[in-house]
Design a protein around this ligand. Structure first.
Ligand code: MV4
Length: 510
C-alpha cells in the first residue's frame, strides 16, 4: 500500500551550529552522506568541517543564507541530495519551505506542510484540538474592538487575561491584562504588534495562569497512523522564552498524570494530521491541571533529554519516518528510565543581563564520561559572532535518579573549560545547586524569583580550574614555538593523517 521509497543516500542540512552537527552525526550513523550549507561568516564553523561537502549560500544575513529557500533547494539539487533536514529555527516550521522541497522532488524531514500550517496558526490549532476533547486554557478569539464587548469577554474568562497573537507562538506578541480599564488599549496594541511582526493581526484572549510549569510531550507519528509519545520534558526554567535547563522526567508528574498527558498529546497529533517527530506543549498550573498550549513542528533543542531516558534516537526516527518506515515500537514498548538533565551553553554573560558575548574561543574542552553527553557546535579557535542564535552547545547528564543526574551535571560543568568569551557555566552551577531547583520547585518565573541579581562566585573558588586552563594554554603555546604551528589547531590539523585520507576518498566521489 505505502509507496516504496528509494533510500536516502545524501541529505542536506539546512541549518548551522550544534543541531547541524547533531544531524550530521545521525547521517554518518545511517550511511547517509551529509551535505552542509553555510553563510560567509560560517566558512570555518564546525558543521562545515564535519560534513562530507559544504555549499556556500551567501552573506551572513539569514535572508541571504539559512532563510533563503531558493538557494537551499538549489544547493540540494546541485549536490545530488534526496532529502533536506531543517533542524530547528530558520526554515524548520515554514510550510512554504516544506512545499518547495516537495515540489523540487526533495524529501523534507518533518511534518507535511498542511499539518505544519495548521499548527502554525495557534487559533486554528486550538479549535482543532478542542474538537478532539483536549483541555484548553479558557479563552476565545476577539474580533471587534468595541471596549464594552471586550470587557464582557474578559470578565467571562476572568482577570487576569493574556492576549496572544494567532500567528505568534514561543511567547511573541503576548500581553498580560490585569484590569478591565487596560483591556481595549492592550488589545489594540497587541493587534498592531502582531500585524507588524507576523502580517496577521488576529488575537485571542486566554485566562492568564500565574506561575505555571511548562511541560511538553515528545511525540513520534509515522505515515501509517501509528502515534506514540516518549514522555515529558520539564522546561520551566527559562528567561524571556529562552529555555535554559530542561529535564525528564518532570519532578511535577506522577505516573497517572504522565499517562494522561501522554495520551492527550497523541490525540493532539492525530487531530492535526501530524507525521514525524513533534512536541505538544502544555501549561501545568499550581493545582496540576494541564492545558494545551501549542505544537512545535520540529526537532527541538532539548530533544537529547528524551533520547537519554528512552534510548530512542529521535533524528534517526525522523529520517526513517520521512522515508515511509513504520515506527519500530508500540507505546507499551517505550520506557522512561532514569533521569536526564540538559544545560544550554549560550554565548551570553549572566552577570550582565545575559548580554551577548562574542569573540574567539581560546580554549574549549568539553566534558565526557559515563552518563555525560555534550552536543556541541564549537571548537578551540573558532570565532563566535553576533549574527545568529547564541547557543554554543548543550550539556546533558543522565543517571538512574534526579539526584544522580544533578550531581553528574555539577561535576560535568566543573570540567567544562570555555575560555575567550563570557559564558554561563558558573551561573548554571549555581542554578542547579539552588535549594529550590534541587527540590524540583520549578515554574516559568523561577529565574526572576531566585536569580534576578546573580553575580559570579569569588575568584578563589574558580582558581584550580583557571590554573588548569592556563597551564593547558601555555603548553599549547610552547608547542607552537617548537613547531611553528598555530596555538589553536583546527579539527583538521588535530585529526592529522586519517582525515587527509578521508578527504582524498571524498574527492574521488565527484
Ligand atoms: C500562557 C501563560 C500563562 N497563561 N498562557 C509563553 C510561550 C507561549 N508558548 C505561551 N506562553 C505562556 N502562555 C496562559 N494562558 C504563560 C506563558 C509563559 C510561558 C510558557 C511556557 C514557558 C515559559 C513561559 C514564560 C512566560 C509565560
Amino acid at each position: 500500500m505505502a509507496e516504496k521509497k528509494q533510500p536516502i543516500q545524501k541529505l542536506l542540512i539546512a541549518n548551522r551550529g550544534e543541531i547541524a552537527v547533531r544531524v550530521i552525526r545521525a547521517c554518518r550513523e545511517l550511511g547517509i552522506v551529509p551535505v552542509a550549507v553555510y553563510s560567509e561568516v560560517d566558512r570555518f564553523s564546525r558543521h562545515v568541517l564535519e560534513a562530507a561537502e559544504a555549499v556556500a549560500l551567501g552573506g551572513a544575513a539569514p535572508a541571504e543564507s539559512y532563510l533563503n529557500i531558493e538557494r537551499i533547494v538549489e544547493a540540494a539539487r546541485r549536490t545530488g541530495c534526496q532529502a533536506i533536514h531543517p533542524g530547528y529555527g530558520f526554515l524548520a516550521e515554514n510550510p512554504d519551505f516544506a512545499r518547495a522541497c516537495r515540489e523540487a522532488g526533495l524529501l523534507f524531514i518533518g511534518p507535511p506542510p498542511e499539518s505544519m500550517a495548521l499548527v502554525g496558526d495557534k487559533l486554528k490549532a486550538r479549535h482543532t484540538v478542542q474538537q478532539a476533547g483536549v483541555p484548553l486554557v479558557p479563552g476565545r478569539e476577539v474580533q471587534d474592538a468595541d471596549p464594552a464587548r471586550l470587557q464582557e469577554i474578559a470578565e467571562e474568562i476572568g482577570f487576569p487575561v493574556l492576549i496572544k497573537a494567532a500567528a505568534g507562538g514561543g511567547g511573541k506578541g503576548m500581553r498580560v491584562v490585569r484590569q478591565a480599564g487596560e483591556l481595549a488599549s492592550a488589545v489594540a496594541a497587541a493587534r498592531r504588534e502582531a500585524r507588524a511582526a507576523f502580517g496577521n493581526d488576529t488575537v485571542y484572549l486566554e485566562k492568564y495562569i500565574e506561575k505555571p510549569r511548562h511541560v511538553e510531550i515528545q511525540v513520534l507519528a509515522d505515515a501509517h497512523g501509528n502515534v506514540v509519545h516518549l514522555f515529558e520534558r520539564e522546561c520551566s526554567v527559562q528567561r524571556r522564552h529562552q529555555k535554559i535547563v530542561e529535564e525528564s522526567p518532570s519532578p511535577a508528574l506522577d505516573p497517572q498524570l504522565r499517562q494522561q498527558m501522554g495520551e492527550t498529546a497523541c490525540r493532539v497529533m492525530q487531530s492535526v494530521g501530524y507525521i514525524n517527530a513533534g512536541t505538544v506543549e502544555f501549561l501545568l498550573d499550581e493545582q496540576k491541571n494541564f492545558y494545551f498550549l501549542e505544537v512545535n513542528a520540529r526537532i527541538q533543542v532539548e530533544h537529547p533529554v528524551t533520547e537519554m531516558v528512552t534510548g530512542v534516537d529521535l533524528v534517526h526516527q525522523q529520517i526513517a519516518i520521512a522515508q515511509g518506515a513504520s515506527l519500530p515500537f508500540r507505546q507499551e514498548q517505550v520506557r522512561q528510565y532514569g533521569h536526564a538533565i540538559e544545560c544550554r551553553i549560550y554565548a551570553e554573560d549572566p552577570a550582565n543581563n545575559f548580554f551577548p558575548s562574542v569573540g574567539k574561543l581560546l580554549l574549549v574542552r568539553e566534558p565526557s564520561g559515563p552518563g555525560i553527553r555534550c552536543d556541541s557546535g564549537i571548537y578551540s579557535g573558532w570565532e563566535v559572532t553576533h549574527h545568529y542564535d547564541p547557543i554554543l552547545s548543550k550539556l546533558i547528564t543522565w543517571d538512574v535518579d534526579r539526584q544522580g543526574a544533578l550531581a553528574r551535571m555539577k561535576s560535568a560543568l566543573a570540567n567544562y573549560v570555555l575560555l575567550g568569551i563570557e559564558n554561563p557555566v558558573s551561573f548554571l552551577q549555581a542554578l542547579i545547586e539552588h535549594p529550590a531547583f534541587q527540590a524540583g520547585n520549578l515554574h516559568t518565573h523561577f529565574l526572576e524569583e531566585h536569580f534576578s541579581d546573580w553575580q559570579p562566585p569569588v575568584p578563589e573558588e574558580q582558581l584550580p580550574l583557571g590554573m588548569l586552563a592556563a597551564a593547558l594554554q601555555e603548553r599549547q603555546m610552547r608547542r607552537q614555538v617548537k613547531t611553528g604551528e598555530p596555538a589553536v589547531p583546527t579539527p583538521w590539523q588535530a585529526l592529522g593523517r586519517w582525515e587527509m585520507l578521508h578527504r582524498d576518498e571524498r574527492s574521488g566521489e565527484n
